[in-house]
Design a protein around this ligand. Sequence first.
Ligand code: GLN
Ligand code: ZN
Length: 772
Amino acid sequence: MSINERPALSDLISSNLGYPRIGGNREWKKALERFWNGSIDESELHSEMKRLRLEHLSKQQDKGIDLIPVGDFSYYDHMLDTSVMFGLVPERFNYRPAGPVPLSVYFGIARGQKGATASEMTKWLNTNYHYIVPELANAAPVLTENKPLQAYREAKQELGIEGKPVLIGPYSFVALSKGYDRKDLATIVRSFLPLYTRVLSELAAEGVQWVQIDEPVLTTLFPAEDLDIIQEAYETLTQAAPALNIMLQTYFGSLEHYKHLSTLPVQGLGLDFVHDDGENLQHVLQHGFPAGKTLGAGVVDGRNIWRSDLKAVAALLSQLAEQTSPTQLIVQPSCSLLHVPVSLEAEQKLDIELVHALAFADEKLEEIAALTAALGERNPSALAQVEQSADAVARFNSSAARVQTATDMAALLAKEPQSRSVPFAQRRAIQQDKLKLPPLPTTTIGSFPQTAEIRKARLQYRKGEWSAEQYRTFIQQQIKEWIDIQEEIGIDVLVHGEFERTDMVEFFGEKLKGFAFTQNGWVQSYGSRCVKPPIIYGDVLFDQPMTVEETAFAQSLTSKPVKGMLTGPVTILNWSFERNDIPRSQVALQLALALRAEVEALEQAGIGMIQVDEPAIREGLPLKKEQQQAYLDWAVQAFLVTTATVEPATQIHTHMCYSEFQHMIQSISDMDADVISIETSRSHGELIVSFEDQVYDKGIGLGVYDIHSPRIPDVAEMLSMIQRALRVLPSDLFWVNPDCGLKTRTKEESIAALRQMVLAAQAARDALAVSN
Ligand code: GLN
Ligand code: ZN
């Protein structure tokens, strides 16, 4: 049955869950940064923000979206907006909220200010967006202003839009905060309910029809005993504003406890039908959908950049309609569009075949509008759009760039070594014999300062103003300068400095096959910081050596070992938009095979130590416990495939940072790297503590100082860090290094800090010699 023959879904309406705030040309970022550096004043900032906010609303209206979110716009982060709305200003800011929190305090919490450090920032569920973690210690929540109401009024007055205010729900807000004992969660959620009640009753009094309350934590494995407080919260909210329709919105996975939560006393339930592994649909089919409730069907992928096959989506919607009839169905993205770039319009350089296979935020809204029109009103041009999308997706999936995948990865892998030829203990003896490193060897993580001069040189080369030869000479000068510096400071294992790299993923993506780069595909990472993730569109293949020339050049200048440096398969995958026609695990293995060619090329060029960075390995961990092991298994396998074929004498390093690794020590150990350098200075030793009851028996360097701070650490503080670590880790396996690369520091800061670090290592060696 084609969609022409199906009965029309007359009640269908379209909705959006959130729109990117950064602007088509990152106007938002630019305005913020100009305000922070004093180039514009507060009123100029407000008027630019308002202009953008209204522009984004009009755009959604023009695209034909019926329910347009309001209040999702932010000056920094939506969690922080909620915190200040509830008067949650940490004590160190010396500010007692009475009325709206001023912008200076708001940005102070986000970015730190004199005498008060910023609030912690952490990843928003399993995305690369970072939110400001609300601090609930000693909190006395008060409603300082009704932000969703203001947003609703503005949209109505300025544009005549009947907006849908968006709020973070009380359960997720508290669950994603810190500064309280988990056992007090219910009490704390309860303490916020009067505030929510007031916000909602004011919205109802204003005539608001739909409000979207986001509860993304309901798709994670939350404790079942929380169900009672969730139930209580929504009973309270619904009673407070019976005239209002509450859309309880979930995303990033399937709703847990479907049977229970689908019956919460709210008018609508929003489910993600894209990133749910089919579970939401299965639950709806198995348990039904409560009569009278509206289903917000998240059917267009809100976090990846691929165009939808609208014919397949239409079929899914029809299936859902049968289950939910006669209730209302809303067509919407799987989550806020905050996670994808704004528009394809600016992309002039991408291959046209690829462009036809992509959809950014604006194009996703068009997809939603077309689906709604095609299924609901039988609009012929919308029907044609649905058909076209299916053709475009099918054409792209069978294009030359993608079909090579047909090779069976499992069969291919069966032939590949996935473990080193001899076990660690033996390798260690062989390596030590060859390398003759002192106890507690010192090294760095890879990058040295990316000065203005270096960035300018790269740009000149990119623009063609510099010849390849000119650029090569420049990079070689930088490498030579830093090899000399490292030798002079007395570091044991040197690096070339990564001066030729803009970004640790982009650099490799540009040299491997299967990647594409947008001109303007920015997404917000945190605050005003935006990233432009590469697109993995096809099979990833090795083309030619990527790091050999610089590394071999560096090694030719010194008799000390130079560590080769590359980004690992899982990190490249997690920091890219990945293709969605084959499993992630398969993309990771393709990357692994391609990077292995680089590892082998380095070894052949005489490089005896190779570091494969995996800082983002933890980020891809699924939200659901039962899926985590499978992820860890293929992530570890990808690392092993990348590194396993080198000689026993070749030392493999890896590096990880800025995530909580204490629960995955076993998997890290299974990666079988000869040495790992891992960050600890920010998590204040939580990782060290975890080695008290978990054995780690391979080479390990716990970062002895925080590279994010311009402060020069002193010898005593690093020495005590080393000695604390040596209480739980064997001294003959311990390395001394900073906790991450030094690219964001100045030359002077880096040299001063490294000098102190070498002194600290020397002091620790002396102390060891005495105690032996
Ligand atoms: N080798 C990289 C560097 O030093 C590692 C960066 C990272 O961990 N994010 O810059
Ligand atoms: Zn790092």
